[in-house]
Every structure is written in C-alpha cells, then in structure tokens.
Design a protein around this ligand. Structure first.
Ligand code: UDP
Ligand code: MG
Length: 322
C-alpha cells in the first residue's frame, strides 16, 4: 500500500489545530482513500510560544497516524518545512498550512493526478483570501520581478500547497542552504508539474505570523538565492553612469575653453555628488546582500534543530537525517 504524508508546519496554531484535525480525519477516513493509502500526518512545531506542542502531543497520543517534530526554537516556515522533508516517510507528501487556508478536500484530486504520473501537483489560488491591497500588489510585483531576473519560473499565486512525489522530496532534502526560498526550489528542480485551481479561504483562527519585515526578507532571499542579476545590474548602472560622466566631462571642458571659468555650478556639483554617492551605496548594498549569503552559508550550521520527535529525544545528536 502506498503511503501518503501530509506535512504541516505550525507556529502558534493552538486555535487552528482543533479545527484542522477533524477535516484531516474526514479525508483519511474516507472509504476509498482509507483502503487505498496508508496515512501519516507530520506536524512540525516551529518553536510556538503557545500551547501548540501540547495540542500536538494530545493528537499523537490519540491517533497513531499523527506524528510531530518539535524544533528547539522558531526557525521560520522555510526551515520548518525542511525538517518535515527530512522526516516524512511517505511515497508522496502533501504540504499544507495549519490554518485551513488550504482545503484538505483538494487532496484526493492531487492524489489522482499523482497516480497519473505527475510528480509535483501544485494548487494555484484563484482568490487570495483576505489580504491587504498593498500586500497583494507588492507580492505580484515581486513575482513579476523575480521571473524577469531569475532563470527559474516562480509562479505567482502558487504557494507551498502541493503534492510532491518521493523523488522531489529527496531532491529537496539535498538542498540545504540556510537562507531558504522553497518556492524557487520547486521550480528549479523541474520534474513533471501540473496545477489545480482552488479558492483560498481566510485563516480559521489565530493570526498570520507574516509581517512586512518577514515578507520583505523572504522576497530578498528569493531574489538573492536564485539570481545574481542585481550584481549585473550594478555593473550596467556603473557603466551607464560612467558614460554619462564622460559626456558631461567633455561638455564642461568645452564650455571652460570657450567661455573661460566663471566659478559657478554649486547646484550641479551637489546633484552629481549626491547622485553618485547614492548609486555607490546602492551597489555596495547589493554586494553586501550576496556577501551576507556567503557568510551565512560558509558557517555550515544546521538549518534547524529538532528537540524531539513523537516524544522521543533525537538521540544521535544530529538533528538532520541525511
Ligand atoms: N509558520 C511556521 N513558522 C513561522 C511562520 C509560519 O511554521 O515562523 C506556519 C504557520 O503555522 C502556517 C503556515 O506556516 O501553518 C503559513 O503561515 P501563515 O498562515 O501565518 O502565513 P500566510 O497564510 O499569512 O501567508
Ligand atoms: Mg495562512
């Protein structure tokens, strides 16, 4: 019998989990699906500060299909998902959020497509649920920019809600960069992909953990971990400014030769100095972003630390299973 894993990263989801669990049971206890597949639900507690862990412990005690990994602190959703990739044991894995924004009722359709031979069945939202106008605009703008700059085709309105075949899971487990942008990785790894449209619901309970800073960080990570185009842009910008400066130099020389040198030009001088200063800082900032990446990766720290799994300490001292 094939085994299906459902991976759910959780950060402060004590209110959503009691609503999510019955939905999952409805899915797993469905007559056909129950006979056809063995199920595993892998929750990753990403250092929640509320009672998420005890809720998960309760679920695990009551239902042997439920497993959980407890991380030693909040490592962020991207790293929490990697912990899940390391420990799920299914022939395929469905990743979904704990807040029921991703309806479990879509999973049978995903499984059907998987059985037909698709390796990566992703859900594409038709509506984005409740979200501010600014966040929506910025998010769409970011995807447009990333697609133009990077070689990988990261799709807008496609999130982490997807089914991945075992071969995809194995690839993802080997991508161990610490500044993760998993959405880019799905596109980068290739394999046979297909999409299912769905209507995204509002979060059932609790609050979204993403604030503007976190999203900006994710966006910068997305760009800097998949393309060096900003560095190229800095070069091009430098060349353009140098060319303009050269033309201006000729102009100033000619003017001085023809009309002499009346001391003037304070405004021009200031504008040029400030403009060049700005561009230099921008270019330094871009280099700095990449340097920061190199710095973090060169430390080779584990991307997450797991404290326990299903109540057992991970005894070997190496939280990552590679
Ligand atoms: N999440 C996580 N670690 C974090 C932030 C979020 O594991 O640091 C989980 C969260 O519990 C949820 C999923 O990631 O299951 C999506 O988070 P959220 O609903 O807050 O994001 P949004 O839907 O607003 O993008
Ligand atoms: Mg959500």
């Amino acid at each position: 019998m094939k085994k299906v894993s459902i991976l759910i990263p959780c950060y402060n989801e004590e209110l959503s989990l009691p609503l999510l669990y019955p939905e999952l049971c409805k899915l797993m206890d469905d007559g056909v699906l129950r006979r056809r597949y063995e199920w595993e639900v892998m929750f990753v507690n990403d250092g929640s500060s509320d009672n998420t862990l005890s809720v998960l412990q309760g679920l695990h005690a009551a239902d042997s299909r439920i497993s959980y990994i407890d991380l030693s602190r909040n490592f962020g959703k991207e790293n929490a998902m990697l912990a899940g990739f390391d420990y799920v044991s299914g022939d395929c894995m469905v990743i979904m959020d704990a807040d029921l924004q991703h309806p479990p009722s879509l999973i049978p359709q995903m499984l059907e497509l998987w059985e037909q031979g698709w390796d990566d069945v992703y859900a594409k939202r038709l509506t984005r649920g409740h979200e501010s106008w600014l966040r929506k605009r910025l998010s769409l703008g970011f995807y447009a920019m990333l697609q133009r700059m990077a070689d990988v085709d990261v799709l807008p309105n496609v999130g982490d809600f997807r089914l991945l075949d075992r071969k995809c899971i194995n690839v993802l487990r080997h991508l161990r960069e610490s500044q993760r942008y998993t959405k880019g990785m799905y596109s980068w790894m290739g394999f046979r992909k297909t999409e299912i449209p769905f209507e995204q619901q509002d979060r059932v309970a609790g609050e979204s953990a993403w604030n503007f800073m976190k999203l900006t960080n994710l966006a910068v990570n997305g760009i800097t971990s998949f393309t060096t185009a900003p560095l190229r842009m800095a070069t091009v910008l430098g060349l353009l400014v140098s060319a303009a400066a050269f033309l201006f130099l000729i102009y100033v020389l000619v003017c001085t030769l023809i009309w002499g040198d009346p001391v003037q030009g304070y405004p021009t001088m200031m504008v040029v100095i400030l403009f060049l200063g700005g561009i230099q800082l921008l270019a330094l900032g871009i280099i700095g972003e990449y340097l920061g990446h190199i710095y973090h990766e060169s430390k080779h720290r584990p991307t997450y630390i797991a404290r326990e799994m299903n109540g057992k300490l991970l005894a070997d001292g190496t939280p990552q299973r590679l």
